[in-house]
Design a binder for this molecule. Sequence first.
Ligand SMILES: [Zn+2]
Length: 400
Amino acid sequence: MQLSNFSDWLNPQKTEIEAFLKTLVEINTHTANTVGVDHGMDVLSSFAEEKGFIVEVASGRGRLIKMTKGEARPRVLLIAHMDTVFSSDMGFDTYEPLGDGFVRGPGVGDIKGGLVMGLWAMLAIRELFDAYDVQLVVSPDEESGSPSIRDWYMRGHVGADYAIGLEPGFPQGELSPTVPLGVVIQRRGYALINFTVKGKSCHSGVPQEGLSAIDALAHRIVALQPLNDYERGVTVNVGLVSGGVSPNTVAGEANASVSFRYFTMQDGQATKEAIEEILSRQYVYNPILDLWDSVEMQTEAFIPPMEKTPQNLMLADIVLQEAEQLGHHVVPLVRGGGSDANFISATGVPTICGMGAPAQGIHTTEEKIYLPMMFERIELLTRTISRLIVEHPISAAKTD
Ligand SMILES: [Zn+2]
């Protein structure tokens, strides 16, 4: 096969690609359904092994699917995940063709379409080159920030030279055969701090004998508000609160979760420190008891941003050039949310994301993709990887 007759190679395989996508979509792989996720991983692994890939377990429940030959550099890493946000009791569990090439289903865009695209791009690379090293990592719990595999990513375990995330290609408008799709060049980081405010409970008839943890919590929530800076892309939200035991009791304890997002690691660190400072201040004092409120806090997640580095932009440029060659409408895109590409990018590997299936309504029961465009994007993905293999632009830049 040559790149010039890619469609002749791909066309006869489209039925098989769609059948395997349907198989994956109809396995419930909600993040919390670990049995289902593990089953999905097994089905994916067996299929990949039949096709000649080497499959390894990565960090417990993840998989690393390899297509390598020779002592090849660069190593290109594709990033995907098996889990979805759809629990089995939602009644959204089938692969449903909607006509005209549109297909609805749980995870069809995020990210099972991307998974099959990755596999077939790797099969294409095997046809095109004598030496290559392309690997596909599959997280079992990306939708909750990949807790089981993120340290493995951050240790640079894979040793990749380039990384390409297969999160959906986001349409810039209603999903249609002609809508432009984004290639993601920047993603914000995400962090979560849970905290507990402590006071002293008592009967609400004699509030002077206690100290309301709910009052003390409210002060903190209000004090956090000014940390929002929409222009810098720093956003802070207290999204969960609980506390108290009855309407007639001064609450002795209250809990809350504050999450925040940021475009640079520097902003992330600064916001984290500001939040910690605001939370640890004392706000309510009971002079009779000589008692101040107190707080305990725990950082549950601190996910690095995927920053807009020159290396990431160089990778995006290759995609844009190849898209133009193919007549695809692709535009650079900044996303507010994170993905596993954030972890890889934070280790210094040139990274882009959003190279997966063209999808709309992800994370809702209206999640759908446009299949003809998904097939076209296997060619775009293959061409992008091919350029990296042929040019290895980072090492070329280094020897300058
Ligand atoms: Zn995803």
